[in-house]
Design a binder for this molecule. Structure first.
Ligand code: HEC
Ligand code: HEC
Length: 427
């Protein structure tokens, strides 16, 4: 939360030692309690571990290869025509290959949810979801409010929790239940390999078999060459192996300039204090007031709102009115390969995205519809009581009719810079 979030109080800085000692004490106490609880309660359940215990000699390579096979297996969907790769295409940095705002799925491949499919690249450093990210070193590359987690609202803690969502979503791969997925696995031509890796009895317990598959998906998504190659022109520049053109260089400066784009405020562009190449996301949750996408079937219901962090897909934070409308800041790596932008895929070109950043509050009539009385319905996808959550930092810091922070030439330069973030650059 950049907007209304208070600065981290100074006491956090001076008392960080006390805090660590306190945390350590709490941790030890919890550990002792947990150890006792395990003694008393879970002995009878010891035969059912949370994740299947892998036979010791299984190589990560075998698990990864299985995960790759699963990722491209159309039979894992109710339609038998859709795999993970249908929405996460390797030729498009594991994002969608088409310009649809939201991909079609379901048993008949005609169902549509409400969210744009993200690229699966560069997720390896997304921290687990937390409401209060706090780093002793104040690493600027991570936001200090709600942060991290998988999906636009962070409801999946890890990639293996994530894999369960599309497999069972009626808008996506649309399997009826876990048993349905496991039946497919059991009859697949790789079932023998599955047993070899996870044990001959793995299919006896659908829960364990489903978790085993999730683990394979996760391990596949940890393949560095596929999922975080750092092979863009900008990476080459950071390594001193290439140079930005004059326009790209001006674009980078405008991207970083707090009075101009201020993009790096949320999409950091510099090598982090720990030496990591920039993720172009601080993983924070921000409401920027993306217009309602009236083409989505769910939005024909005027009472339906995708409010991100506060629901409807996650329910644990629904009492946090100040989180409504906030979505996780996406990476901008490979963004030029996309053809639908923001959580609901409302915009289809980077030019339109840039005009929105540049003129959202200056010329709202360019982005939002008019009500019956002729007034502009600004932030039309967010009920009025949440409008105060909308971010008003630069470039969103100007009122009606003001001069926009960026000229059209400057917009072109920022776009030229964003195009240097596409992987697979060959000098
Ligand atoms: C019909 C399209 C579709 C299919 C098929 C699909 N996904 Fe996705 N994927 C999405 C959408 C949409 C989201 C964002 C969901 C949200 O925010 O609620 C997403 C999000 C994700 C994320 C989180 C990305 C992030 O930025 O945190 C991961 C990981 C992922 N999918 C993996 C998979 C895997 C693995 C499969 C196959 C088992 C799969 N997806 C199948 C559309 C799809
Ligand atoms: C205050 C934080 C913040 C600032 C400043 C900011 N962004 Fe974003 N950016 C976000 C968030 C949050 C989203 C996702 C919003 C949503 O979908 O509801 C986003 C989404 C995007 C997307 C769409 C990516 C995708 O995969 O759909 C692009 C492109 C983008 N930003 C570029 C920029 C540029 C260029 C600038 C500077 C002009 C900028 N951003 C400034 C937070 C920010």
């Amino acid at each position: 939360m950049k907007n209304n979030a208070p600065e981290i109080p100074p006491k956090h800085q001076s008392n960080s030692l006390h805090l660590s000692v306190l945390l350590l004490a709490i941790f030890i106490a919890l550990y002792v309690i947990a150890a006792r609880a395990t003694d008393v309660e879970s002995a009878p359940r010891a035969s059912k571990p949370l994740l299947p215990v892998l036979p010791p000699r299984v190589a990560a390579a075998a698990l990864e290869a299985l995960g790759r096979t699963l990722f491209f297996d159309n039979n894992l969907s109710a339609s038998h025509k859709m795999s993970c790769a249908s929405c996460h295409d390797p030729l498009h940095a594991y994002g969608p290959a088409n310009a649809k705002s939201v991909q079609l799925g379901g048993a008949d491949l005609q169902q549509q949810g409400t969210r744009a499919a993200p690229s699966l690249r560069y997720l390896q450093n997304v921290p687990a979801f937390t409401e209060h990210y706090y780093d002793e070193d104040f690493d600027e590359s991570v936001d200090n409010g709600p942060t991290g987690g998988r999906t636009w609202d962070g409801r999946a803690p890890t990639a293996h929790d994530q894999a369960g969502i599309p497999l069972l979503s009626p808008f996506e791969m649309a399997n009826t239940d876990i048993a349905d997925v496991v039946a497919t696995l059991q009859h697949a031509n790789y079932a023998q390999e599955f047993r070899r890796i996870f044990g001959s009895t793995i299919f006896n317990d659908p829960q364990s078999a489903f978790k085993a598959a999730s683990l394979a998906f996760e391990v596949f998504q940890q393949n560095a060459a596929e999922f975080y190659p750092y092979s863009s022109k900008y990476d080459a520049v950071l390594r001193g192996q290439s140079k930005l053109s004059a326009a790209e260089q001006r674009g980078l400066e405008l991207f970083n300039d707090e009075q101009k784009g201020n993009c790096a405020h949320c999409h950091p562009s510099r090598i982090g204090s720990n030496g990591a190449f920039p993720a172009f996301s601080d993983f924070g949750y921000i409401a920027i007031g993306v217009p309602r996408n009236r083409e989505l079937p769910a939005n024909t219901d005027v009472n339906f709102h995708d409010l991100g962090l506060c629901g409807p897909y996650r329910r644990d934070l629904s009492d946090h009115a100040d989180y409504c409308g906030a979505f996780r800041t996406p990476t901008l790596r490979n963004v030029a390969l996309k053809q639908a932008f923001f959580h609901n895929g409302f915009f289809h070109t980077l030019e339109d995205v840039m005009n929105f950043y540049n003129e959202r509050d200056i010329h709202p009539e360019k982005f939002y519809p008019r009500a019956g009385d002729g007034s502009i319905e600004a932030f039309d996808d967010l009920p009025a009581q949440y409008h105060e959550n909308i971010n008003v930092e630069p470039p969103f810091d100007r009122g009606l009719g003001a001069t926009p922070p960026l000229s059209q030439d400057e917009i072109k330069e920022i776009i030229a810079f964003m195009k240097t973030l596409t992987d697979g650059y060959h000098p």
